[in-house]
Design a protein around this ligand. Structure first.
Ligand SMILES: [Zn+2]
Ligand SMILES: [Zn+2]
Length: 269
């Protein structure tokens, strides 16, 4: 259990793409400042790692970028924990993409013939991607990415500015959105090749180019396909991005002070 973060801080809970690699989890990122604790995405394996970092009932909000399973599946066990185990006085806000209420009602219907099962544990709202959102100390903004289902990148402004790419292909809009971020948390699903396995994601090289064009301070690569050589993805990004490039891994903590992100906690790159 860590103490609360006075400075704005990112903790990586999972860094795997699509399926969960050994000792890793799907997408999940805890962003904290003082008593504000925001969970970005909640893929498979995220819940246990989250509970190692913070008390579930102290989460300010959970924000889901899109409804691919590696970004939301652990909402299911989290619902059980909140409903039957922890019973917080105020249920955490669950902020969904447009259409998310119907999506989760469909999941509830399929699992338990209970379309309201998530409403019993979360204070559910759909965010309006066109409007800034306040979550405790943070102001959150959205940018649609280029992905095969509707997906939103998010910018989180606290004492510093963190931009999370969510899942995306190359996107000029995302370049503008990430401009001058203190930390860009960017998907880099696989090493670059002329014959990429999918056009739905970024390679390490493409993530590095995005960071360089957006002139961010620090690039953190995540959402990496299990089994690929991670150092190769990092090396590609370093070829084209002049700033520091860090590979995400569960437990890694990074501070975002003003414009600068300083690695702390787990250490190393
Ligand atoms: Zn994904
Ligand atoms: Zn996706």
């Amino acid at each position: 259990m860590t103490s609360h973060a006075a400075a704005m801080r990112l903790t990586i809970l999972g860094s795997s793409a699509s399926f969960t690699g050994a000792n890793d989890a799907g997408s999940g990122y805890l962003i904290e400042q003082d008593t504000t604790r925001l969970l970005l995405d909640c893929g498979s394996g995220v819940l246990g790692r989250l509970m190692a970092e913070t008390r579930l009932e102290e989460l300010s909000a959970i924000l889901i970028t899109h409804f691919h399973p590696d970004h939301y599946l652990d909402l299911i066990p989290m619902r059980y924990g909140l409903r039957y185990g922890l019973k917080p006085i105020a249920p955490p806000r669950l902020l969904l993409p447009p259409g998310g209420r119907d999506f989760l009602a469909g999941v509830g219907s399929t699992l338990r013939n209970a379309p309201d099962m998530f409403n019993e544990a979360f204070d559910i709202a759909e965010y309006d991607p066109a409007a800034p959102l306040t979550i405790g100390d943070f102001t959150v903004q959205f940018q649609r990415t280029t992905h095969d289902i509707p997906t939103w990148a998010v910018a989180i402004q606290g004492d510093g500015r963190l931009v999370y790419s969510a899942d995306t292909q190359e996107s000029a809009e995302l370049e503008g959105f990430a401009r001058d971020a203190g930390l860009l948390l960017c998907e880099a699903t696989y090493p670059h090749s002329d014959d990429l396995p999918s056009n739905n994601h970024l390679s390490g090289l493409q993530a590095g180019m995005l960071a360089q064009r957006a002139r961010v301070q620090h690039l953190v690569l995540t959402h990496i396909w299990p089994g690929v050589v991670r150092s190769q993805i990092q090396a590609e990004a370093r070829q084209v991005f002049e700033g520091p490039v860090t590979l995400a891994r569960p437990g890694l903590q990074l501070e975002i002070n003003g414009a600068v992100a300083i690695e702390s906690g787990a250490g190393g790159q």
